[in-house]
Design a protein around this ligand. Structure first.
Ligand SMILES: *Cc1c(COP(=O)(O)O)cnc(C)c1O
Length: 368
């Protein structure tokens, strides 16, 4: 076991701001009007450096600019990288809130341990995200758009040997993101891939690391070739049990009133998945984490025992899945349109995030 070296006491990292001249208001307004996803960035970024000798240091929020890396930087060769994804939501009173960012901080530390990267203390993670959003609050769009936040740590040491790097850099980017679903919604068709896997027991499936995504791209290509929107990964051992989609967890609604989702282990412990399981009983659904075989999905969809299926993640919130395709053929879920439970859960989650309903569980964290 490789254990990562913890940084200095968390209270030493404050991510103090060094502001740069902001983008002109009219230009920002133009960018915010139709930002798409992941292409437009705010004026600043959070940064911190780490070395085995010094621990974390040189933290701050500064103007966004390119990062220079030695061409031998470990991340470029061995994919020693982790990331997170969360959003800042404009509230009805004009303030800005995050949604359960403590879970992202904890997962980031978990991913760091798995990838032998230095762990950033949770309060430093929260300080970095908070200070960046405060400084770039003008970049938080009006609902239903959001400011997507992308924390990451990369191994920067210039060394071609294979061992955990002695130098790393942490950053947070802020990127305004348009609404994921707009207008007429038809729901996704997923390709059930019988051979390609995303994660194996003992692997990195439960870490949010770039390598998982690189390895999943080929399956996404196969899904596209079969005219599907996304891939549904099955387990790597038997190619029989549902795992997740490339970037989202998968949940099912049964006629018996359950909200069923595969158990943790080789899948990512999604904040959205977890929140929906906790909200289920308010919607008259019993939350159940258990293995689901692809045969059960196929037969359940045909018999009506499974009434709705959807994918869940921060970026797209909830995406209804209305059809599956596999080598043997295809099948629809329900009547092939987004189901009422799916839309009700999504409605409540989005209302919670945008501060339109009370927050009895204390999931919203005001930051600006
Ligand atoms: C980020 C991610 C999710 C969704 O997690 P959330 O915390 O809900 O955004 C699901 N699966 C994978 C593989 C992911 O990387």
């Amino acid at each position: 076991m490789v254990s990562s070296v913890a940084g200095p006491r968390p209270s030493t990292l404050r991510f103090a701001a060094t502001p740069v001249a902001p983008t002109a208001a009219d230009q920002r307004a133009t960018l915010l009007a139709d930002p798409g996803f992941g292409r437009v960035f705010s004026d600043h970024m959070a940064l911190a450096s780490w070395t085995a000798e010094q621990g974390w240091h040189d933290d701050g929020v500064r103007g966004l600019e390119p990062m220079t890396l030695h061409p031998a930087a470990a991340v470029l060769h061995y994919a020693q990288e982790i990331f997170e994804g969360l959003k800042a939501y404009r509230q009805p009173d004009g303030s800005v809130a995050l949604f359960r960012p403590d879970l992202n901080a904890a997962r980031f530390a978990h991913s760091a341990r798995r990838l032998s990267l230095p762990e950033l203390p949770a309060d430093a993670f929260l300080a970095a995200v908070t200070e960046l959003v405060r400084l770039d609050a003008a970049w938080v769009p009006e609902p239903p758009a959001t400011l997507y936040l992308r924390p990451f740590t990369v191994a920067t040491e210039a060394f071609l040997g294979v061992r955990p790097a002695d130098e790393a850099r942490f950053g947070v980017l802020a990127s305004p993101a348009g609404p994921y679903f707009s207008g007429r919604e038809v729901g996704l068709t997923l390709w059930i891939d019988p051979t390609l896997s995303r994660a194996a027991p003992g692997g990195t499936g439960d870490a949010k690391c770039g390598g998982n995504y690189a390895a999943g791209l080929a399956a996404q290509g196969v899904a596209r070739a079969h005219e599907c929107d996304q891939v549904l990964f099955l387990d790597a051992v038997e190619h029989r049990w549902l795992e997740e989609s490339g970037t989202m967890n998968v949940l099912l609604v049964t006629a018996a009133g359950e909200l069923v989702t595969p158990p943790l282990g080789t899948i990512l412990d999604g904040v959205t998945r977890r929140s929906l399981l906790e909200m289920a009983t308010d919607h008259g659904l019993t939350p159940v984490e258990r293995p689901v075989a692809v045969d059960e999905l196929r037969e359940g969809a045909r018999s009506g025992a499974i009434t709705e299926v959807f994918a869940a993640g921060t970026a797209a919130v909830i995406s209804p899945i209305v059809r599956f395709r596999e080598p043997a053929g295809e099948f629809a879920v329900g009547d092939g349109t987004p189901g009422p439970r799916t839309l009700a859960l999504r409605g409540e989650l989005v209302d919670l995030q945008f501060g339109r309903i009370p927050d009895p569980r204390g999931w919203r964290v005001p930051v600006a």
